[in-house]
Design a protein around this ligand. Sequence first.
Ligand SMILES: *Cc1c(COP(=O)(O)O)cnc(C)c1O
Length: 432
Amino acid sequence: MSGKAKYFTALRGRESGREYPLDEVRYVCEFDFGPLEVKYDYDAIKAVLTRELIQSRPPNMWRYKELLPIEGPVTVGEQTGFTPLTKADRLAERLGVTGELWIKNDTVNYPTLSFKDRVVSVALTRSLEFGYDTVACASTGNLANSVAANAASVGLKCYVFIPQDLEPSKILGSQVFGAHVVPIDGPYDKVNRLSSEIADKYKWAFANVNLRPYYAEGSKTMGFEIAEQLGWRVPDNVVVPMAGGSLIGKIEKAFNEFKKLGLIDDRHTKIYGAQAEGCGPIVEAVKNGTDLIRPVETPNTIVKSLAIGNPADGYYAARGIQDSGGYAENPTDPETVAGIQMLAECEGVFAETAGGVTVAATKRLLESGKLDPAECTVLCITGNGLKTKECLEGQFTTHHAIAPSLKAFDVLYDEIHGTSQDKGKVGEPALT
Ligand SMILES: *Cc1c(COP(=O)(O)O)cnc(C)c1O
């Protein structure tokens, strides 16, 4: 590495403050074994990065590139990010929100329909800068899909390690890109531990293990986009699904960086977290008023993308939520399914289980008075429902096939509505 980096200058121990040079791959502090994070030169960034410059760039996550840790040009995931932020008035009404409710919609992120494309774009671009020819990850599904697709797009070899009980669409959605998909007989925490050993022995770039300091920074772009798309302001509240607990902290970091750079006003945001009842170690900690995470040995939930029993950033997530004045909820699986349907019916957005749990958690937070319905709230919807559709099995009535005749439809119509109806004259809009 040549030390070309202009806006980030070192890796730094999150607790120890010890600094490490950028020319080698590291992810834990030698001094206290804590995580490493990227250190930026905010004065240098402030001198160049303006709203106008950002707005003049193409609509993808790289419009904030001075705040992302790559040295050269973007080589992976150039089109990722800048997903829609949409006002959710019908969902607001259903939930009893009287202020503003917004959906940050990463169900349509490029290329693999989840927020993970953001982190992978950074991690793989960085791994090419380090000269790796093989990339890998430990994943609950979405990360595997994204590493596999992005690796294929630049001809990198790819291995993904997953718990063996993932949804079929998430397994297929990695295999199709030619990745080696390795199912592990055990929960995510075992997959993760094995991945660290493989990373050490095989010297591959594991997006969320040895490249984690870079990977994690990609999540900030979800926060940058929310602030820009709200018209250069932050919301009063943001509700974020949590797996390892990284995204939630990076959204807060993104808001703080924009404030530090003078790009937005210094308004406070309360941070809210969502996990499933069957695997909610961070939520448990928040509800107990502590930052001590009690790991969940055997996660048991349909929300497989968030099923991390011992979350790497759980301590920081729990602390961040509490320090911000926010809270956290862990709805049941049936509440999650209802959340998926509510979001789909009200807003036309089909989210995966992690989206359902976020909507369901928001409902609980409103009902308990922890979330102020009169304020401005953004829900982070992080993955696509087509990947987890088995959770909806049995939820809908499928009409029997009818003959291709108007009469057959008239009969079906009466069946559906239980009565004969005036269907209007030909050429007029129907009354129902
Ligand atoms: C990975 C993931 C998250 C959260 O990830 P963190 O590990 O907490 O950063 C949220 N939603 C979906 C759909 C995910 O795949």
